[in-house]
Write a protein that binds this ligand. Structure first.
Ligand code: GLC
Length: 815
């Protein structure tokens, strides 16, 4: 006997699913409800909300009233609606701000944005949705369109011709150009065409896709569930888009200095002795290092908030000993909580209903490192607070940084994540995991950051995360997951991290040396040379691979790595200054050339070299057995960092790059700031700052300026004004140079007596510096006032007392 099951539809052959896509139809009416403009079509409406003259939000809605709540990506304070004049005629509705015109065609519901000169910035042709809950819209693409942003994606810098999905995914392998989704989802696309750039931010935490490949003259932005809620962000420059996007979703919190030092990690340092020995080796070998990571083996059978009683029996003692060496630990904390009725965190989580559940009430269990585990529901503020508070366990031990991993969330099953029908409480507005997925990791890191801050008495916490959504920059640095020790992965890290920077993630970097597979001496050298100029700088490798601590490949390699890691520490004031800039205005620490030279056609997809800030060009070697590489220098005059060779920009050059050299160039007429070589960021020593001015000229049209931000590097006192900013200026006088400096604010007083200036590779030689005595380099190092010539580099070094009133120096050119 057969039951009806015999004729289940799927047994009758593949299902033919017809997709019908609906459009809103013509505009039928519009109204203003408080500060929101609601435009109703025949079948759906779009709500328009202007956040300021440059950003507006468009949300497709069905039914009478749009729901205008936002996801946690958007800062409430940036989301206040503003009114702008509307004009209406038979064909169009036109909204005008001081910068743009938003035009809605009534018959077609086509949406166009123009600048006030009438140039079309963006055109959205069709918004549509299907009965299964997906929506998308089509946007005009020009022959000269280029695309950037989208956070952590593989392939090259310019995303034209690519298609990507946003669905946070644990991809151990492969990280190839065809992989559409990795660990992070930042649904921000920057579209540049001609001299115009704008951003589209789709605030949807479910699966979304951006297709710049399939439609010829258009690209599409869509989502499979949830609302089609999109923000238009005006340029006209890409820099404006980045600044505005980060004003909308937040900027990085200035990290503690130790977190931008060099970090050493391995899956795993297996016991307390090994960790201590590692720290001692760094110090014995004079290789600077701030942090050692504890990967999953530090825990008691992978239970978070525990230490293994056998291998790490005395964490407090270990941490104290490390502290004396100036080394901190950052332990890993994954979201999976081991199912174990004897384990306090699990017990508490179950009893107080902190774990994600199905609608019917059953806890969702999935397998991760500890075996069967439950997952906290960070969408519930009560749970987030509980989780944050649990970190007191670590802060009581003196730990100030936490590494969040597997928070996509990763689960060892076929879908690689939580079941889509798991419900998230979402503070009383429950949503399915399908709709919430991409937010999970960010909410974990938010809970972690806030919990740490709560228990750190005014010290800045550090959180590192693998998964995230738009806005994650407010809480955590991001590393790019399980790359491999492949040259290709080293090369790919450049466009990936550069686009992350354009997407608000200013504090990001890959595992230096590569995580999986086996590194080699050359790869480790080249990757470290590049990595010390990335915002986040950690060497990490997997279990079962060749060791890749800096001394793993003999003395020559060790020596080169010491030099380059040392360089990061000497450049710390400069790098920290760029972090301050990222917090202040959202611009990334490292930048693709297109950000600074948007009119240069050679740089639209240039991503095997990058800029540190706006004036230092880094050109890593990313192929084996290579001792030369081509470098493109944009307009202006560039000086080789290593030997001062002068290059006129606007052309390619062939740079020599023996193993111990990574080509680097500084723009003539610009400053960098260096400090003392420390073994760790908070090592106490005289904080001499050296302002390096590259390529100074005596001619009257020469000017250069720079502002250096400084604070204590570890507390939140800067938010109450405890910082200083020194402005330095140089002007050619015809017969030399006038250098002056002053403190714009000086509420923070760095521990130092003297200030130093270094005129590097100047275009003139000096025969007098304001009547100061000419002294030897040694005397200079001893802290004497005066000036000296560095015979080797031709630099002119000047040392003067660091007076709050600032100062002025006339440097007279010789013949
Ligand atoms: C994941 C992480 C990796 C870590 C490993 C063990 O693969 O991406 O960095 O070492 O888990 O915790």
């Amino acid at each position: 006997m057969e039951s009806s099951e015999a004729i289940r539809p799927e047994k009758m052959g593949p299902l033919v699913m017809t997709e019908t896509w609906n459009t809103p139809g013509s505009v039928e009416s519009w109204e203003r409800s408080e500060s929101i403009y609601i435009v109703r079509g025949e079948r759906a409406g779009i709500a328009f909300v202007f956040l300021n003259d440059e950003i507006f939000r468009m949300k497709l809605f069905h039914g009478q009233v749009p729901d205008l709540t936002t996801t946690p990506a958007v800062l409430a304070e940036s989301c206040i609606p503003h009114l702008f004049p509307v004009e209406e005629d038979e064909d169009q509705l036109v909204f005008t701000t001081s910068c743009i015109r938003l035009i809605i065609e009534k018959t077609s519901f086509l949406i166009r944005v123009e600048n006030l000169a009438g140039e079309v910035i963006m055109q959205q042709n069709l918004t549509s949705w299907n009965p299964r809950g997906a929506s998308h819209a089509e946007y005009d693409m020009q022959p000269d369109s280029h695309f950037y942003g989208l956070g952590e994606k593989s392939s090259f810098l310019d995303k034209r011709g690519e298609r990507y999905t946003n669905w946070n995914t644990d991809v151990f392998a492969p990280h190839l150009p065809e992989i559409e989704a990795l660990y992070e989802s930042i649904p921000l696309l920057i579209h540049m065409h001609g001299e115009l750039a704008y951003g589209l931010f789709l605030d949807n935490t479910g699966r979304s896709d951006f297709d710049m490949r399939s439609h010829g003259v258009a690209f599409t932005v869509g989502c499979s569930t949830g609302a089609y809620d999109i923000y238009f962000i005006n340029g006209p420059e890409m820099k404006d888009v980045v600044k505005r996007y980060t004003a909308l979703t937040g900027r990085i919190a200035l990290p503690p200095k130790w977190s931008i030092g060099y970090h050493q990690s391995r899956y795993s340092y297996m016991n307390q002795q090994e960790v201590l020995q590692l720290a001692r080796t760094f110090r014995e070998k004079n290789i600077p290092c701030d942090v050692i990571y504890l990967d999953i083996h530090y825990m008691d059978e992978y239970r978070v908030f525990t230490f293994d009683p056998v291998n790490f029996p005395e964490p407090q003692k270990m941490i104290a000993e490390l502290g004396e060496l100036g080394v901190r630990i950052v332990p890993i904390v994954d979201p999976g909580v081991k199912k174990d009725p004897k384990y306090e965190v699990y017990k508490e989580g179950v009893l107080n209903k902190h774990f994600c559940r199905k609608l019917e009430g059953d806890i969702f269990f999935g397998e991760v490192w500890p075996g069967i585990s439950a997952f906290p529901d960070f969408s519930d503020s009560r749970t987030a607070e509980w989780w944050g508070d649990l970190h007191k366990y670590y802060t009581d031990l003196g730990i100030q940084g936490i590494w969040n991993d597997m928070n996509e969330p990763a689960v060892f099953n076929e879908s690689k994540t939580m079941d889509l029908d798991v419900m998230h409480f979402n503070d009383g507005r429950p949503v399915t995991h399908e709709e919430y997925h991409n937010l999970y990791g960010m909410m974990m890191s938010k809970a972690t950051y806030e919990g740490l801050a709560e228990h750190m008495a005014g010290e800045r916490p550090f959180v590192l995360t693998r998964a995230g959504y738009a806005g994650i920059q407010r809480y955590a640095a991001v590393w790019t997951g399980d790359n491999r020790s492949f040259w290709e992965h080293m090369a790919m890290a450049m466009p990936m991290v550069l686009n992350m920077g354009l997407s608000g993630l200013a504090f990001a970097g890959p595992d230096i040396g590569g995580f999986a597979h086996h590194t080699s001496a050359q790869l480790l050298v080249r990757w470290t040379q590049m990595g010390v100029f990335f915002p986040y700088c950690r060497n990490h490798s997997s279990i079962g691979t060749l060791r890749q601590e800096p001394w793993s490949f003999g003395e020559e390699v060790e020596g080169i790595l010491r030099e380059f890691i040392g360089l990061r520490y000497r450049w710390m004031p400069h790098i920290y200054n760029l972090f301050h800039e990222a917090e202040d205005c959202g611009l990334p620490v490292i930048r693709p050339l297109i950000l600074e030279y948007p009119r240069d056609p050679h740089v639209t997809n240039l991503c095997d070299q990058f800029l540190l800030g706006d004036n230092v060009l880094i050109a890593p070697v990313y192929r084996p057995d290579t001792d030369h590489r081509s470098v493109y220098l944009p307009e202006g005059c560039w000086l080789d960092y290593w030997d001062g060779e002068v290059h006129e920009g606007g052309k390619h050059i062939l740079a020599a790059a023996p193993l111990h050299i990574m080509p680097m160039y500084v723009k003539a007429g610009s400053f960098t700031a260096e400090g003392p070589l420390k073994q760790y960021a908070q090592e106490e020593m005289e904080e001499t700052v050296i302002f390096h001015l590259y390529g100074a000229k005596a001619e009257k049209d020469f000017t250069a300026s720079f502002t250096l931000y400084e604070d204590d590097g570890h507390s939140f006192a800067y938010r109450k004004g405890a910082y200083s900013q020194i402005a330095v200026e140089a002007k050619g006088t015809g017969d030399g140079l006038l250098l002056n400096w002053f403190y714009k604010t000086d509420a923070y007083k760095p521990p130092r007596e003297m200030l130093r200036f270094a005129l590097c590779y100047p275009f003139f030689s000096a025969d007098d510096v304001d009547g100061l005595p000419e002294i030897s380099l040694d005397e200079l190092k001893e802290g004497r006032k005066g000036w000296a010539r560095n015979g080797k580099s031709g630099a002119i070094l000047i040392q003067v007392p660091d007076e709050r009133s600032g100062g002025e120096l006339r440097i007279r050119a010789g013949n």
